[in-house]
Design a protein. Structure first.
Length: 135
């Protein structure tokens, strides 16, 4: 599980949401993540998401599992011409060049660097949009 999976498990365990979907977009060092939640406890859910977003804690075991997942995804994507095209285009847009041997770069990631990066993430720009079924 990535962070969205950890958050989903947490919210389900707290019985604040029964179903949810997460999506994300990024460009260089800007990332936007959004989720759709089904709940009858809207205010509690929103407050918990705000509080939990500030408390990202990934264990060493989670980090090791995520690295394996990233490597597996890179291998699977390398078999698809369409996926490879998307990756190359994204790399050209983000970095101005193609990143060679992404798997070796993933393998060099370390837990302490991950923790350092997580501490620098700014969650101060949060927008909440509530929609409800017509009654």
């Amino acid at each position: 599980l990535g962070y969205s999976g950890l958050l989903a498990n947490y919210l389900i365990k707290k019985q604040l949401a029964s179903n949810m979907n997460f999506y994300g977009s990024r460009y260089k060092n800007i990332a936007v993540y959004y989720g759709f939640f089904y709940t009858d406890k809207e205010d509690l859910l929103i407050e918990e998401i705000k509080n939990k977003s500030l408390d990202i804690n990934i264990t060493k075991e989670d980090f090791a599992r995520l690295k394996k997942t990233f490597i597996a995804n890179a291998i699977v994507n390398s078999d698809s011409v369409e996926s490879m095209n998307d990756i190359i285009v994204d790399q050209l847009i983000d970095y101005g060049d193609v990143v060679p041997d992404i798997i070796s770069k993933i393998r060099t990631l370390d837990y302490d660097t991950c923790k350092s990066i997580l501490k620098k993430i700014d969650f101060s720009n949060i927008a909440i949009v509530k929609t409800s079924n017509k009654k």
